[in-house]
Design a protein around this ligand. Structure first.
Ligand code: ADP
Ligand code: DAR
Ligand code: MG
Length: 357
């Protein structure tokens, strides 16, 4: 697309966003002066533009965030818009802050969240990694997708013991099998309009797939939103066990693959909401009393730096009273501190539920 066309799309999109009632962080922080300063910039190695970063938020005014990094350099080239949004998402992580070095600690330090199995249906811990020297979704060629899938799946198929498993490419996957895996919360959904508008779904389903162990407690998503998502799941509330299993899987990948990291931002990801240690630790939980009023639950969860999602994850509603509740912060604290913050917050919600019942 010619620079003048890009500029036209940016000016028109910015105008529409400014006139909208969008509550996105993009609208909140993209002032006219920042917009004018950034609208002609491009990243040095991939020539990504401001439009590549914000097109999803320009098309989807109901975005929560509204911006993605098309490549690792975008966080520096477009720092004037990324930095205030990062500080807003990751409360307390300002321009002067630096993400700490990894510290995983021990899963055994986190007791079962709900040993009597009254509230927690299941526990999931995930993190994201990007492969060094590759850009992110919008800049990947079809060959890049194939190369990434081959490189990552090759390492995964060397895993042993509890982590050994099979790699299932999305391409050619039986539709019934795919639907069952999605419905059971193992596999990512298709057709996320935010990712599509960000040009993150090109060549779909080429290069996308899922690695799963026999017990379906350890999964790795390849080339969904990020190059890699490492996922560990447990029925019930054994957060420590799920966390330990994820760390072992991640460390095994780190042994063979080089990840994209920034000295200040930590692990780099497609969406700024996942930067830093990239961990999202969640429970599927029923809270029949304090969960009656979702707005009140979100307010209480927010006090503990927790985020409430629906039963099928982001942009879904709770079904059968099951909420997905997870840590909000992933930057400025170690993996161990993040899991600790989530453990403390979920325990507080369960105590509040007990008091109400
Ligand atoms: P992520 O941030 O990991 O991409 P999403 O909100 O996109 O999470 O949800 C991805 C999938 O993970 C969805 O199917 C969601 O239902 C599932 N999920 C999230 N937390 C849990 C949990 N504690 N137990 C079971 N499934 C979960
Ligand atoms: N849907 C986008 C991204 C929000 C954060 N979630 C991610 N990255 N999956 C939005 O701006 O709402
Ligand atoms: Mg997701």
């Amino acid at each position: 697309m010619a620079p003048c066309e890009i500029l036209e799309l940016l000016e028109a999109g910015y105008q529409r966003l400014a006139e909208s009632d969008s509550q996105s962080l993009l609208k909140k922080h993209l002032t006219k002066s920042i917009f004018d300063k950034l609208k002609t910039k491009v990243t040095p190695s991939y020539c990504s533009t401001l439009l590549d970063c914000i097109q999803s938020g320009l098309c989807n005014h109901d975005s929560a965030v509204g911006i993605y990094a098309p490549d690792p350099e975008a966080y520096k080239t477009f720092a004037d818009i990324f930095d205030p949004i990062i500080s807003d998402i990751h409360k307390g992580f300002g321009k002067a802050n630096k993400h700490p070095a990894s510290c995983y600690g021990y899963g055994a330090d986190f007791p079962n969240l709900d040993p009597e199995q009254k509230y927690v249906v299941s526990t999931r811990v995930r993190c994201a990694r990007s492969i060094q020297d590759f850009p992110f979704n919008p800049c990947l060629s079809e060959e890049d997708y194939r190369n990434l899938e081959c490189m990552i799946s090759k390492v995964l198929l060397t895993f042993c013991h509890e982590h050994s498993g099979k790699y299932l490419p999305l391409k050619g996957m039986d539709k019934e099998v795919q639907k069952k895996l999605i419905d059971n919360h193992y596999l990512f959904k298709e057709g996320d309009r935010f990712l599509q508008a960000a040009n993150a779904s090109r060549f779909w389903p080429t290069g996308r797939g899922i690695f799963m162990n026999r017990d379906r407690t350890f999964m790795v998503w390849v080339n969904e939103e990020d190059h890699i998502r490492v996922i560990s799941m447990e029925r019930g509330g054994d957060l420590g066990r799920a966390y330990e299993r994820m760390i072992i899987g991640l460390e095994s990948l780190a042994f063979s693959l080089k990840f994209s990291c920034d000295k200040r931002l930590g692990n780099l990801t497609f969406c700024p909401s996942n930067l830093g240690n990239t961990i999202r630790a969640s429970v599927h939980i029923r809270l029949p009393h304090i969960g009656k009023d979702k707005a009140k639950l979100e307010e209480l969860a927010g006090k503990h730096n927790l985020q409430v999602r629906g039963t099928s994850g982001e942009h879904s509603e709770a079904k059968d009273g099951v909420y997905d509740i997870s840590n909000k912060r992933r930057m400025g604290l170690t993996e161990y501190q993040t899991i600790g913050e989530m453990h403390k917050g979920i325990s507080a919600l369960i105590e509040a539920e007990c008091r109400e019942s």
